[in-house]
Design a protein around this ligand. Sequence first.
Ligand SMILES: [Zn+2]
Length: 291
Amino acid sequence: MKKNRLLIGLKGPFIRFYLADTTSLVEEAREKFSLYPTSAAALGRVLSMSAVMGTMLKDGNEQYNIAIHSDGAISTIMAIARPDGSVKGFISNPNVYDVYEDTGKLAVGRAIGSGTLSVTKSMNMKGNFSSTVNLQTGEIGDDFAFYFAKSEQRASIVSLGVLVDTDQSIRSAGCFFIELLPGYGEEDIVYLENLAARMRPISMEIDELSLEEIIEKNLGEVEILEERELEYRCDCSRERFKEKLLTLSRKDLLDLAKAQQDIEIKCDFCGKTYTYSAKELNDWLDDVGTA
Ligand SMILES: [Zn+2]
């Protein structure tokens, strides 16, 4: 499988860019959740942006929790991204295949509808930073650009795209995030505006060109600061879900134990199923009881 690559660099002193090819990561999500094309594009765009955001975190223990809640056919999308470049996600409705009549493009904005985008940065012992903005178009790129401007005072271009092939597999997917850094001048704003006007959809670029060629074509000469790898990875485990179960009230746990049935928990982010026997549950209850 092709690697998910991210290049981070500078165009002059005041413009920073992140360009990521997330094709195989989004394809992995499509296979995991059996996503229909519009659902694949929606989750794929969120995963692509989230994975890139994860790499912006400085502390290894921090993570981004990103959530879209809306009133469309796709009502919830979530993603969790970490500094090591790993990301995982969830979509409430994997079965949306809706296309705009006029352009023939996947109708992501219509499938999402109106609602909110929430970004929570968990900063380990230092608490959380959380911010919610209203969705602008539901097309996700616009919504993240609005989030960055409103909540983090970062002026940026956010280009997110997923190209779905005729066999419904992911042909290309990516994120091109370009932002102004503190100290920028009028000429940098103009540069960004012109760039936004001439940029093609990022999924088309990634389908046809390498990351290096996309940078060369759109930005000309740049300084590459870092190359990273991104991946879809779930960190769930039997132990973690047990801990979650044990956060239920004692009464709920007793009710579950009384039912004398195995408890099955399915991970929303990877589909893995964990089974706990009634005996195990009773043993835990004994432990909790004497603690
Ligand atoms: Zn999992």
